[in-house]
Design a binder for this molecule. Structure first.
Ligand code: AQP
Length: 333
């Protein structure tokens, strides 16, 4: 037992992770291990709310785990696991779906967005996704959940479920809060800089993957959309492309926007694009090399996810047992 606060987060293995995933999530996660007790999942159960190709799906999951580690999330200091390896998620997910109202789920904007984009597969799992997400969080009595803006509504719903459940059965679940990192980068698509760089939208060359080669990274930055001026200036509303390049450069070099404006003063966008590309190449190079090395060692990866599931199960099963007792299930042991 530690008296550290608990953090839990996860990423769907629904595609290869992007530069946005690294700068907006993984880099921050890696920095939290000393201060918090951290659980990071690969949320395979959530990912099947969209159709996955089984062989590709397995590959993405292993690659994601290798990248978690190569991005600095040390499996000795963090609990890294695959969601379906801890059956308590499915078990508590069902229980919580009975404490989540139909009307609440109807209001979830992510359900509306995802179902409108995929009209031929609006399945019940997509609809009840927030109950499973609540279970993910509550099983570990997480204090904080690092999430992007698109998941904040789900955290709010989780909190409503906690209040409802605890109101009936007493103090069972801890009330979680969204975790907003002190330094958070929101990385936009290089071709459509008004849209977030996203792993489910990688077709147009605007999205960079953590595992992309240096050549591909440089090519993507050379083609990045800017604007018709020449001045390097941070102005998200009027210069989204240039501002995004500055955001990426700042995240990779720790330079402030003011310093970047001075550095490229009078130089035009060509120099900015080349320098940002090079900074990204150097940031991702060790991560990519380490991920590829880890990925080749299947026995090591298997050891990591098995040990992670064991450790996660210990915590999760304790909560599940308590819940079952409270609601009147007869214990099986
Ligand atoms: N572009 C980004 N900038 C900053 N942070 C980002 N994150 C993702 N993209 C960026 C953060 O990474 C974590 C995982 O997010 P995600 O799984 O929702 O990634 P995604 O690429 O945005 O995925 P999609 O496209 O929505 O596809 P699905 O839903 O199918 O996985 C989060 O912490 C997020 O903030």
């Amino acid at each position: 037992m530690t008296d550290k606060k608990t953090i839990l987060s996860g990423i769907q293995p629904s595609g290869a992770m992007t530069l946005g995933t690294y700068l907006g999530a993984l880099k921050n996660w890696a920095a939290l291990a000393n201060e918090f007790d951290c659980y990071y999942m690969i949320v395979d159960m959530h990912a099947i709310t969209a159709r996955q190709t089984p062989s590709e799906f397995r590959k993405i999951q292993l690659s994601q785990l290798a990248q978690y580690i190569s991005c600095g999330i040390d499996p000795e200091k963090n609990t890294l696991f695959i969601q379906s390896h801890v059956p308590a998620h499915a078990q508590l997910g069902w229980v919580l779906s009975c404490y989540t109202m139909f009307g609440e789920l109807m209001r979830m904007t992510q359900f509306k967005d995802k179902s409108s984009k995929n009209e031929e597969n609006i399945n019940a799992g997509l609809f009840t996704y927030p109950s499973l997400m609540a279970a993910d969080i509550l099983l570990y009595q997480a204090d904080y959940v690092p999430v992007g803006a698109d998941q904040k509504q789900h955290i709010e719903l989780t909190r409503d479920i906690v209040v409802r459940f605890n109101g009936i059965y007493g103090d069972v679940f801890k009330l979680p809060e969204p975790y907003i990192p002190k330094v958070g980068a929101r990385i936009m698509d290089l071709q459509t800089p008004t849209n977030k760089m996203s792993k489910s939208d990688i077709s147009d060359g605007g999205c960079l993957l953590i595992l992309d080669s240096p050549e591909d990274i440089m090519k993507a930055f050379k083609r990045a959309v800017t604007d018709s001026e020449t001045q390097v200036r941070y102005d998200v509303d009027n210069k989204p492309g240039v501002s995004n390049l500055m955001q990426i450069y700042s995240a990779c070099t720790n330079k402030s926007f003011g310093e970047i404006e001075t550095e490229f003063s009078g130089q035009g966008y060509g120099a900015l694009k080349t320098n940002v590309g090079e900074a990204v190449v150097e940031t991702l190079r060790p991560i990519r090399e380490e991920a590829l090395r880890i990925l080749a060692d299947k026995a090591y990866l298997e050891g990591v996810y098995k040990k992670g599931a064991e450790k996660a199960s210990q915590t999760a099963n304790k909560t599940l047992k308590k819940v079952h007792k409270k609601i009147g299930f007869i214990p099986s042991d």
